[in-house]
Design a protein around this ligand. Structure first.
Ligand code: NAD
Length: 471
């Protein structure tokens, strides 16, 4: 029943259930649950033909228990205050689950980006950044936006430039937003980080023989049949990494329809086909499904919704055949659908864990901006020299001789991208085992979503207690 209970109520319903598994006071629980501040703004922009249009936008800072707050900005016609609050709330828990030291936030502009020229989108983005700055809703130590649905590095570049113009001389201005192009303080690996994190999370879940046996699945990603909904940033990178990890992408759904090939789709070729033709449909060797939602119900092992919220509802949940749902999007499963899937024994890897790769690497980008130095710049060559000395010592002690190629491979030091990916992998693996352990402790009383929330709530409660606010 998508929309019958609001997105925010659904998030609160899951929170309330998780809170029953903690022994926190009602006052503290309420403080953790409610949004700290919400800014709604309407502003005029000039269309290219001279007409003036009034644009509605929001920014919600859900939790100030850690600063800055952090969360994406989306461009979508579905943006409203309820959605922005819900997404900001999820961000707070997401940051806590993966130990990223931020409170949660989210922003949105209510537009269909396809109906605006690039120049109009630039005017809208810059005006929104100006509105945020003038009300202190953006800043490296205040609130740091990032890309989300409908936005990317280009929009983040416009925001940095606007912020810099308004705060002349601020040394850390680049840290006011993450997901920027690398040339202006972005970090290698950020664009694909959410999809890479989805891959690490699913790979880890599928590597645990005991859990896979319960689902009636073999261990590992190899040959797992995957359906992807949404071939945007998160969906396309999730699909790429899953395919590289041995999974078979059997269907892809976009808003124009879906394509299906039980023997597997070449995901790079699908992306190229969409670039060339403007649609995923009519991809050679695949069958078109005219109703995009049909793809969610196809026979597969893993379903990855990577588009928008409220896609798996109480209506289609009974017909979903996947044994694992990897929530790459935020809020793709309604609370009612979640109950049905739980009863049916489907494993749901919750959004607040599975798509946390984006905010994790955003944290690395923010830290890089504050330190004003690229990760790996100081130690890469020193690491290589140290590995080379070690190899030479092994050669002289053993009489073995390594070729130059072998030496290069073994001694290579870590650059920014390797360090980012390593930090992301560590984060996703540690967090998965933390929430799995809580889920095992709670047994039938909790699924992984409740366990992730319990983990987050307990961590946030500790911060409040250390601050002396709720001793
Ligand atoms: P995006 O705009 O790059 O891609 C979304 C894709 O979904 C688009 O290609 C769009 O056409 C498609 N789509 C829209 N409605 C659809 C429908 N009904 N059926 C099938 N496809 C549909 O956005 P994104 O950044 O990939 O974000 C996708 C989801 O992931 C959102 O829920 C977002 O909040 C979440 N997310 C994104 C990030 C990030 O780093 N970008 C991080 C965490 C979570």
């Amino acid at each position: 029943m998508a929309g019958s209970i609001s997105f925010l109520k659904q998030v609160h319903r899951a929170f309330d259930e998780a809170a029953t598994h903690t022994d926190l006071s009602p006052g503290l629980t309420k403080q953790i649950r409610e949004a700290n501040s919400v800014y709604q703004v309407s502003f005029p922009i000039a269309r290219d033909d001279g007409r003036i249009e009034v644009i509605e936008a929001w920014r919600c800072e859900h939790s100030h228990h850690k600063l800055p707050t952090k969360g994406g900005i989306r461009f979508s016609t579905l943006v409203n205050e309820d959605e922005t609050r819900a997404l900001a709330t999820l961000m707070t828990f997401k940051c806590a689950v993966v130990d990223v030291p931020f409170g949660g936030a989210k922003g949105g502009i209510k537009i269909d980006r396809r109906k605006y020229s690039d120049a109009e989108l630039e005017r809208i983005t810059r005006r929104y950044a100006y509105e945020l700055a003038s009300k202190s809703f953006i800043g490296p130590g205040i609130d740091v936006p990032a890309p989300d649905y409908g936005t990317g590095p280009r929009e983040m570049g416009w925001i940095v430039d606007t912020y810099r113009a308004l705060t002349s001389g601020e040394l850390n201005a680049e840290a006011c937003v993450t997901g920027k192009p690398v040339g202006i303080g972005g970090i290698r690996g950020r664009t694909e980080a959410t999809g890479r994190g989805v891959f690490f999370g699913l790979r880890e879940a599928c590597s645990i023989a005991e859990d896979m046996a319960e689902l009636g699945l073999s261990t590992g990603l190899a040959d797992k049949r995957v359906v992807i909904q949404g071939l945007g940033n998160v969906g396309s990178h999730s699909a790429r990494f899953l395919a590289e990890g041995g999974a078979s992408i059997v269907a892809v759904a976009e808003y124009e329809g879906a394509i299906h090939n039980p023997s597997g789709l070449d995901i790079e070729a699908v992306i190229e086909h969409r670039k060339d033709t403007g649609s995923i449909l009519d991809f050679p060797g695949s069958t078109n499904l005219s109703e995009s939602e049909e793809a969610l119900e196809l026979e597969c092992d893993i379903l990855v919704p990577a588009a928008l919220e409220n896609q798996i509802t109480h209506e289609n949940a009974p017909r979903i055949q996947a044994r694992i749902i990897g929530e790459a999007a935020n809020g793709p499963t309604t609370a009612d659908a979640n109950d049905i899937l739980r009863q049916r024994g489907v494993m749901v890897l919750p959004d607040m864990y599975l798509n946390a790769g984006g905010v994790t690497v955003s944290y690395f980008e923010w830290a890089k901006n504050l330190s004003h130095i690229r990760f790996g710049r100081m130690q890469k060559r020193a690491e290589e020299a140290s590995h080379r000395r070690l190899l030479e010592a092994v050669e002289s002690a053993s009489g073995a001789h390594f070729t130059d190629l072998e030496k290069d491979v073994v001694t290579e030091g870590s650059g920014e991208e390797q360090l980012v990916n390593s930090g992301l992998e560590e984060t996703m693996l540690v967090a998965y085992h933390e929430i799995r352990e809580i889920q095992k402790r709670l047994g039938d009383k909790a699924d992984l979503r409740v366990a992730a929330l319990v983990s987050a709530i307990e961590k946030i409660a500790i911060t409040y207690s250390l601050l002396g606010i709720f001793p």
